[in-house]
Write a protein that binds this ligand. Structure first.
Ligand SMILES: [Zn+2]
Length: 258
């Protein structure tokens, strides 16, 4: 059995993340985390629902834990603790819930992207949050970052794996603030279609540059990526005038290897 400490176990509604990666607020929570192996987190809003240690499940959010239907699947995943090469597809539900045009994928030349059943810890991102990627992409990213550093170039990760449910949460929050689906679709990919679901896509930044801005393409970091990223299996997904009609994203790279 592999060590549980470096992996995210994925199920449709809830994900299990290693407890040691979480930062505790307050002594009681710190004690619970120290005694736990896994934390169950609701993907839609990132809320922690329960802590799991061996066969015991301790509620961290009693009100939602009682009503949440995704807990059982997450506990099953911990029990199985396997699932390589198993994909999880949940995009049908969110898309229907959001009234995204049914021909969205066809119009943009984008296929629905399933979530991996398991993701690997790839260090922390710019904001000190755990970064999750598909295992080979995580290894390639860490190698590439080290090679850049050896050339005096600093690369940091801004965003890696994102779930369908997380993407749905972005849409729901914007809708609640009064934006229309059409407005949101000009800047966000609908749940199910973001390359970040695959665990292969990575938004890359460099210190001193704002995240996800076109000006990144003037940085030494971008010049370094253009020259070297291919050797590590990464390619820019959305160059200027890409056939998907997605805006130019010099910060967004995806790992194509296996
Ligand atoms: Zn991106």
């Amino acid at each position: 059995m592999k060590s549980p400490s470096q992996r995210l176990l994925n199920t449709p509604l809830v994900e299990a993340v290693p407890a040691w990666l979480a930062k505790a607020r307050g002594n009681a929570t710190a004690r619970t985390l120290a005694q736990s192996e896994w934390l169950l987190r609701r993907k839609l809003d990132g809320r922690f629902l329960a802590a799991v240690a061996g066969h015991s499940v301790r509620s961290l959010d009693a009100a939602t834990l009682r009503t949440d239907t995704g807990i059982g699947a997450a506990l099953d995943a911990i029990a199985r603790d396997c699932g390589q090469d198993v994909s999880i597809t949940t995009h049908g539900g969110p898309l229907r819930a959001l009234e995204i045009p049914a021909d969205y994928g066809a119009v943009h030349g984008l296929a629905p992207i399933a979530e991996p059943a398991e993701l690997a810890y790839a260090g922390r991102d710019r904001y000190r949050r755990p970064l999750w990627l598909l295992a080979p992409a995580a290894r390639a990213w860490l190698r590439m970052r080290a090679a850049a550093r050896a050339d005096d170039v600093s690369l940091d990760a801004i965003s890696g794996y994102r779930s369908h449910a997380y993407q749905l949460g972005i849409f729901q929050r914007k809708l609640a603030r009064g934006q229309t689906i059409a407005q949101i679709l000009t800047v966000n990919t609908p749940p199910g279609y973001s390359e970040h679901h695959s665990g292969r896509a990575l938004d890359i930044g460099t210190p001193g540059q704002p995240p996800a801005e076109e000006s990144f393409d003037n940085s030494p970091a971008f010049a370094w990526l253009q020259r070297h990223a291919g050797a590590f299996g990464f390619a820019m997904s959305y160059p200027r005038d890409n056939p998907h009609g997605i805006v130019y994203e010099p910060w967004h790279w995806a790992y194509a290897g296996r």
